[in-house]
Write a protein that binds this ligand. Structure first.
Ligand SMILES: Cc1ncc(COP(=O)(O)O)c(C=O)c1O
Length: 401
């Protein structure tokens, strides 16, 4: 962001911002105008509750059950298990605080969401990286890692497996539901040796930004007793990132602990923003906006993939996203991508910027941190800027090669 400010003309394919021209300005103005009329305008301007607005929790739980193809009456989708947070980022932070002590271990995808890795680092939590395949984590590697932790006596320090399971940040990969079920089963198998529950944290931040293929049910459907899966998601990405209303479904004891911590943080997410989301959903504005957004991101993702095909030299590989905001690209052997690399400097000289892939890898003593990849976002740049940005990257790469 700093580079973009100090270098005019820089094309940033780095920031995970959403698309400015499609932000729902008129819809939000209409909703706010209707909401703030007469006495009905008073409650949104008042404090709410720590868990979040009851109506929003009911609506969100119902939408989630519908997405998962389950009855809204099923145990997993009870609004009483849900909390509304200031973005899902706040919930990820709170979860880490209530689940982990310094020195504990969390399993993450390799690579994973770098801001979550930052939360882990600031809590002194050790990461163990689970290899990724095109449909999610490699289950053999998960089992091998659990077994290795058991043998080294470290399993009691393990607390959770964190998956960004839909159109992941940074890779764009979506985890197959069978993999989520198998991962949960494996975690349960190792619980006796761990001496406590091992939770599966499913971060579904990009679930609704799907523009190809079918939706996949969440891990909640694989958790019959509704006591091992923590589901986090957000209205930021599908509605407006400036609104920052997130939510989560948590097993009972964890919910109580999370609410105590949230009470200390803020005793409730901004009420007027929750009311805005309620009205966006109940008036149908939310679904309409989402449909437009999906079309727009589908076009921008296609523009990015086409530009990669046209302008990047042979030896570069990339993922083709079916949703979300990112393409994950891997450079030819020996081409490094970190901030200090020749490629990063060459890209800056060409006036384009990307997120170095090494930032998305946790420090794991069992492997070297990879340094050949980059995250390219099609979220905020226009299609023409995306094409130009990739062409510049292509020129930078050719110089380095
Ligand atoms: C994977 C992932 N999870 C969570 C978040 C947090 O989003 P928010 O706090 O806006 O809900 C982000 C934001 O970029 C993300 O990429």
């Amino acid at each position: 962001m700093r580079e973009a400010l100090v270098r005019p003309g820089l094309i940033s394919l780095a920031a995970g911002f959403t698309d400015n021209p499609s932000l729902p300005v008129a819809e939000t103005r209409d909703i706010m105008d209707a909401m703030l009329r007469g006495k009905a305008g008073q409650p949104p301007l008042q404090y709410g509750t720590t868990a979040g607005d009851e109506e929003l929790r009911v609506l969100t739980a119902r939408r989630l059950a519908q997405l998962d193809g389950q009855s809204a009456k099923a145990k997993a989708y009870q609004p009483g298990r849900m909390m509304i947070t200031h973005g899902s980022q706040q919930l990820l932070y709170i979860l880490t605080e209530i689940l982990c002590d310094p020195g504990d271990i969390v399993l993450v995808e390799d690579p994973s969401y770098f801001v979550y890795l930052g939360i882990m680092q600031s809590h002194g939590i050790r990461g163990r990286a689970i290899r990724l395949e095109s449909d999610g984590i490699n289950l053999d590697h998960l089992e091998h890692t659990l077994e290795a932790l058991k043998k080294s006596g470290e399993l009691p320090r393990l607390k959770a497996l964190y998956l960004v399971s839909y159109h992941s940040n940074p890779t764009g990969i979506t985890t197959a539901v069978a993999k989520k079920a198998a991962a949960l089963k494996l975690l349960r198998r190792y619980e006796p040796a761990a001496g406590h529950r091992l939770y599966l944290i499913e971060d579904a931040a990009y679930r609704e930004l799907r523009f190809a293929g079918d939706d996949i049910p969440s891990a909640l459907i694989t958790d019959r007793a509704a006591n091992r899966v923590i589901y986090t998601s957000t209205y930021s990405k599908p509605y407006a990132t400036g609104v920052r209303v997130g939510y989560g479904i948590l097993p009972g004891p964890l919910l109580a602990a999370a609410l105590r911590v949230k009470g200390n943080h803020d005793f409730g997410t901004t009420n007027i923003l929750q009311q805005l989301i309620i009205r966006a959903i109940t008036t149908g504005a939310y679904e309409k906006h989402l449909a437009k957004l999906r079309q727009r991101y589908a076009k921008k993702a296609a523009a990015m993939v086409r530009a990669c095909r046209d302008d990047l030299p042979t030896g570069v590989n990339w993922t083709e996203p079916t949703g979300g905001l990112y393409v994950w690209a891997k450079m030819p052997a020996r081409v490094k991508t970190d901030f200090k690399s020749r490629l990063f400097a060459a890209a800056l000289r060409q006036k384009m910027i990307y997120v170095p892939g090494n930032l998305c890898y946790c420090g794991d003593p069992t492997r070297r941190r990879p340094n050949r990849e980059m995250r390219l976002s099609f979220g905020s740049a226009s299609s023409s800027k995306i094409r130009e940005g990739i062409a510049r990257l292509g020129r930078a790469l050719k110089k380095v090669l």
